[in-house]
Design a binder for this molecule. Structure first.
Ligand SMILES: [Cu+2]
Length: 166
């Protein structure tokens, strides 16, 4: 294999990994609705396409086992990924994460400047004040389906809490 071929294989592998956190509709349909996991307070910052929009929410795990959130999908967006923003030396950058652990009997907040969903390719239903459906898939094979409110681009957080911008 030539170096050039190897390089394009790596690119291909990289791009298939990039969509790995968006489960297919068939996988979501097959997943059973969780009785121990919930997703609440979900909102999405309205950002004009093609810039990706951040999605923020609270995951609660009332079960006895740690569970990993492994992906999310919305019929209103073409692509949804799980991202984490990290800060070092006054710089912030974000990268895709394959999963995020929600501890047993615990909660995990996806919030600006931290873990978030990254939503791309909005359809015409995405308008400030509208609600869109988002499904969340976990590594125990369960799902949570919730509604997320589209909030103005300058929203920093629900309930007037002070969060850093995305
Ligand atoms: Cu992001």
């Amino acid at each position: 294999m030539t170096t050039k071929t190897l390089f394009s294989c790596l690119l291909l592998a990289g791009s298939s990994m990039a969509v790995a956190s968006q489960p297919s509709q068939a996988v979501l349909d097959a997943a059973k609705v969780s009785t121990t996991l919930s997703v609440t307070d979900c909102w999405i910052r309205a950002i004009p396409a093609p810039a990706p929009a951040g999605g923020f929410f609270l995951v609660k795990n009332s079960g006895d086992q740690d569970v990993k959130l492994i992906g999310a999908a919305s019929p209103a967006y073409g692509l949804t990924m799980l991202h984490q923003t990290t800060h070092s030396g006054g710089m912030s950058r974000m990268s895709e994460v394959p999963s995020v652990t929600v501890p047993a009997k615990g909660t995990l907040a996806f919030k600006p400047g931290d873990y978030h969903a990254m939503l791309e390719q909005p359809d015409t239903s995405v308008k400030v004040g509208a609600k869109v459906q988002v499904s969340f898939l976990f590594d125990n094979g369960e799902k949570v389906v919730t509604q997320c409110e589209i909030m103005p681009a300058n929203t920093r957080g629900h309930g007037h809490t002070q969060h850093r911008q995305h």
